[in-house]
Design a protein. Structure first.
Lengths: 137, 202
């Protein structure tokens, strides 16, 4: 009963601290020799990325519009997973989480590295989870 | 058993507490896309190596103190030891909004560093420039007027290569050519650099 209660606590703490979840589809085409941009907002498109080029990125910014500080979790999944990372303040992260103060804006890049990737279509998802930041005094 | 009931009660109180907190703090605030919005994702970049534009091998004619080598196939004061063919970077707009495209040099602080590594006697003429053309007619409003340097002997710059790149099929692509000013005392060896093309949507 005790263990069950603890599991329940953990589960509900987890669920009730989520303020917002956004999932964005991402995709990229690796092509022979052409730079293609697509800035439509239906997906985060990396566009047409030439074979063995230096890669592609999308710049993003996130603003905390809540009246309280939040914690933001960035992650990616899908076919594109192992080729995507987050670049924040010049550092690279596979997944990234950070505290965002009320009304604060954070800029970051989502980077697609296509080193040694063959021609083709690659897709996946970027997930952004915003959680309450509880302060236990 | 008594302890289990007490723990369960604590659990329920905690759950209700968090539920209450959640509702109270989110009211009037939780709007979809309020925190993260795709409309802010309006900039994209792609890095392209000059490997895709092969200049081949060669050297500066000894009668000159620098050579000009352009990826459209022309050159001056340049002696090829292997042939290079006209080639450019093709940039296409695959979306449905007008784009502003810029180019910049990546990985070097200036063109002198690229050619020489450090300061050399004649590298004050070193530069890496780009110019743009319509690949398909009527694709771009605001191409480069001439060659514009993304790197000279002591600095790098971001250069606008197309102010408005159209998105209509058959009128949505430009070509970018690269021009190198190679000093005579260039360090020998294979050299490559990355050009960072960045697009922002209107």
């Amino acid at each position: 009963m005790g263990i069950f209660s603890i599991i329940l606590v953990v589960f509900f703490l987890n669920e009730f601290t989520i303020l917002n979840v956004e999932v964005y589809p991402v995709d990229a085409y690796i092509v022979e020799n052409e730079v293609g941009f697509n800035l439509d907002t239906d997906k985060i498109h990396f566009g047409n990325v030439p074979l063995n080029s230096g890669g592609a990125y999308r710049q993003m910014s996130i603003t905390n519009v809540y009246d309280e500080d939040v914690k933001v979790f960035l992650s990616d999944s899908g076919m594109i997973n192992e080729f995507v990372y987050f670049e924040v303040d010049g550092e690279n992260y596979e997944n990234y989480n950070f505290v965002l103060k009320s009304n604060e804006t954070k800029d970051y890049k989502i980077v697609f590295k296509n080193e040694n990737l063959p021609l083709g279509y690659y897709d996946g998802e970027i997930k952004i989870v915003v959680r309450k930041l509880y302060k236990f005094n | 058993m008594r302890y289990s009931v007490i723990i369960l009660l604590i659990v329920l109180i905690v759950i209700l507490g968090f539920k209450f907190l959640d509702v109270e703090s989110v009211t009037g605030n939780l709007v979809n896309d309020a925190v993260v919005t795709l409309t802010k994702v309006s900039i994209a970049g792609i890095q392209l190596s000059d490997d895709s534009i092969g200049f081949g091998s060669g050297y500066v004619d000894r009668a000159c103190n620098n050579a000009t080598v352009i990826s459209n196939g022309t050159n001056s004061c340049w002696v090829n030891t292997t042939e290079y063919l006209a080639d450019g970077h093709e940039i296409i707009n695959n979306g449905t909004s007008f784009l502003n495209i810029t180019a910049s040099l990546s990985g070097f602080t200036d063109a002198e560093e690229f050619f020489c590594g450090t300061s050399c006697d004649y590298t004050n003429v070193a530069s890496i420039g780009v110019y743009s053309n319509n690949f398909e007619s009527n694709s771009c409003l605001g191409l480069t007027s001439d060659v514009e340097n993304i790197g000279d002997y002591n600095s790098v710059s971001s250069v606008g290569i197309c102010d408005y790149l159209d998105f209509v099929d058959n009128s949505d692509s430009i070509s970018v050519y690269v021009q190198l000013h190679v000093p005579i005392d260039v360090a020998v060896g294979n050299k490559s650099f990355l050009i960072n093309y960045e697009a922002s949507a209107y």
